[in-house]
Design a protein around this ligand. Structure first.
Ligand SMILES: [Zn+2]
Length: 101
């Protein structure tokens, strides 16, 4: 499982923002590194892209833990499990999906 994730992440390198918008359906205008309303829970400036290289986003209210990369952001915003996010990403990146756990 870990090696599948590593493979996905290396395939995704440089495409993190694209993955957040295509797979994650997070509006690209929210990903400029500044504070924005959270696409899930609103507010005014609680959501931001905190690490563009990792594709990590933060909502101070509803997504402040386990938010270290684009994969977790996709799972969070789409309301799917990490495993499903990995499947979506593998499909998108044309990598063979990981073996069932
Ligand atoms: Zn939120």
């Amino acid at each position: 499982m870990t090696s599948s994730i590593d493979r996905l992440k290396s395939l995704a390198k440089g495409r993190e923002t694209e993955l957040l918008t295509t797979l994650g359906s997070i509006p690209v205008e929210l990903l400029d590194g500044r504070g924005h309303p959270c696409p899930k829970c609103g507010g005014t400036d609680r959501f931001s892209l905190i690490d563009a290289a990792a594709g990590a986003v933060l909502c101070r209210k509803c997504f402040s833990k386990g938010n270290g990369d684009w994969l977790s952001a996709v799972a969070w915003h789409q309301g799917v499990s990490l495993v499903d996010a990995i499947r979506l990403a593998a499909e998108h990146l044309k990598s063979p999906p990981p073996l069932p756990m």
